[in-house]
Design a binder for this molecule. Structure first.
Ligand SMILES: CCCCCCC/C=C/C(=O)SCCNC(=O)CCNC(=O)[C@H](O)C(C)(C)COP(=O)(O)OP(=O)(O)OC[C@H]1O[C@@H](n2cnc3c(N)ncnc32)[C@H](O)[C@@H]1OP(=O)(O)O
Length: 297
């Protein structure tokens, strides 16, 4: 019986991985048909990309918008999706590391880009359509969180498979301060990892937790001295890359199957916040560097 269950599970996992591979081979459907095709060579302006490790088998991506603390603008997310697809296709790459430049991993979705949006634009259009692309990647991904991982930045880290934190890292879901809510896993992945009370506290207060607190809560698996963070992440990625890629993908898939559920409802709730005055006020106040005056509307 145990064997039967195992075989059924392996078949299911294999079928799912094959399905995903097929999906990724059709890039025009995968993300944004109009502006993105992963088979086209691309010059990146928002990220730095190079292969690392003794055998060049680690795909390395550094978010590279230093001045805006690697705020996740649409172009950056598009480039990230493209680079991930390139590594997914690269037969030599067995694992991927994502980190940020400067003092942030990513300070969240780009508030300046979102400020002028309204409900019609976020509901009907392809608002944030690239955000979950990372979850379609079958190769293991390590987030090396070097500084602020806030809002969408924290969610991006949680979409990776392993999180290492530098000593200066901090994690938070400050969307509530902007009059909106976490929309890419902060209300799902976060409570699953850190438990309801801590997730509620982080999401309802917008307060940040430091690297040690994140370690204690199980959000990250290691805290490393800042200068060793990336090298250690690459070393772990090299180890993973030395194993069977089919096995590591299946292992990732198996854990994620137990871990994930649909995020559709949560995304639509996030979009609903764009019908509200307080979402606009929160974002405008941030851009204008003033305190928001919420009207509960
Ligand atoms: C289908 C999936 C749906 C996905 C939905 C995803 C929804 C995600 C929503 C979000 O992520 S909302 C954003 C959440 N993040 C924040 O609210 C953090 C905002 N930033 C800060 O609070 C502070 O910048 C800081 C991180 C605490 C650092 O403070 P510090 O004083 O050290 O630096 P600053 O002078 O504030 O920032 C420097 C520079 O960077 C700009 N910036 C920072 N964060 C963002 C951002 N998220 N978006 C755009 N720009 C950002 C900041 O404005 C400064 O630039 P200048 O104004 O000086 O040009």
């Amino acid at each position: 019986m145990a064997g039967l269950v195992r075989n059924f599970f392996s078949l299911r996992a294999f079928t799912e991985i094959s399905r995903r591979r097929t999906f990724l081979q059709v890039p025009a459907l995968a993300v944004k048909p109009a502006s993105y095709c992963c088979s086209e060579p691309k010059t990146y302006t928002q990220i730095l990309v190079e292969k690392r490790g003794e055998k060049n088998n680690v795909g390395f991506i550094q978010l590279n918008r230093r001045k805006s603390l690697n705020a996740l603008c649409e172009e950056l997310m598009l480039e990230l999706s493209h680079a991930l697809d390139e590594y997914e296709k690269d037969k030599n790459v067995g694992a991927i590391v994502i980190t940020g430049i400067g003092k942030a991993f990513a300070a969240g979705a780009d508030i300046k880009e979102m400020e002028g949006l309204d409900f019609t634009k976020v509901y009907g259009g392809d608002f944030l359509s690239n955000w979950t692309h990372i979850t379609k990647i079958t190769k293991p991904i390590i987030a090396a969180v070097n500084g602020f991982a806030l809002g969408g930045g924290c969610e991006l880290a949680m979409m990776c498979d392993i999180i290492y934190a530098g000593e200066k890292a901090s994690f938070g879901q400050p969307e509530i301060i902007l009059g909106t809510i976490p929309g890419a896993g902060g209300t799902q992945r976060l409570p699953r990892v850190v438990g309801k009370s801590m997730a509620m506290e982080m999401c309802l207060t917008g307060d940040r937790v430091n690297a040690q607190q994140a370690l204690q809560a199980g959000l990250v698996s290691k805290v490393l001295p800042d200068e060793q963070l990336v090298d250690e992440a690459v070393k772990t990625a090299e180890k993973i890359a030395s194993y069977s890629k089919v096995a590591t993908s299946m292992c990732k898939e198996a854990i994620n199957t137990a871990y994930e559920t649909s995020s559709e409802r949560m995304v639509s709730t996030l979009k609903e916040t764009f019908t509200r005055n307080d979402r606009r006020e929160g974002m405008s106040a941030f851009v204008a560097k003033r305190k928001p005056e919420f009207t509960d509307s």
